[in-house]
Design a protein around this ligand. Structure first.
Ligand SMILES: [Cu+2]
Length: 122
């Protein structure tokens, strides 16, 4: 009776030690913040549909592969990112609420030419 109780206690201690080791000594590791990379060119975003999780921020990297300046704007989130030719720009949204947000290139004529897309937050 006494012996089996000790064995159970030892097994429980081993389990606790293993789970502590698995998460780095008890501290919860911080996951990398979500990010997405989008290419801009004349006159398209690739991809033009992106998604993110509600309650989190999203870091957006815009890579300008075109031959003129492009921009990435989401009015509803106050996101605005202007990127020169051959450059990469980066911005982070505020914490996102669920919904669908339209983005576009704010340089005159580009939105009309097709530089639009959507961010879906679930
Ligand atoms: Cu543009």
């Amino acid at each position: 009776m006494h012996r089996s109780t000790r064995l159970i206690a030892l097994a429980a201690a081993a389990l606790v030690a293993a789970s502590l080791a698995a998460c780095g000594g008890g501290a919860t590791p911080t996951p990398a913040p979500p990010s997405v990379s989008i290419e801009a060119s004349e006159f398209v975003f690739s991809p033009d549909k992106i998604s993110a999780s509600a309650g989190q921020t999203l870091t957006i990297k815009l890579v300008n592969k075109g031959i003129i300046e492009h921009d990435f704007t989401i009015d509803a989130l106050n996101v605005k990112l202007l990127v020169g030719v051959g450059k990469t720009g980066e911005t982070t949204t505020p914490s996102l609420a669920a919904g669908t947000y339209d983005f576009y290139c704010a340089i005159p004529g580009h939105k009309e030419a097709g530089m639009v897309g959507t961010l879906e937050v679930k």
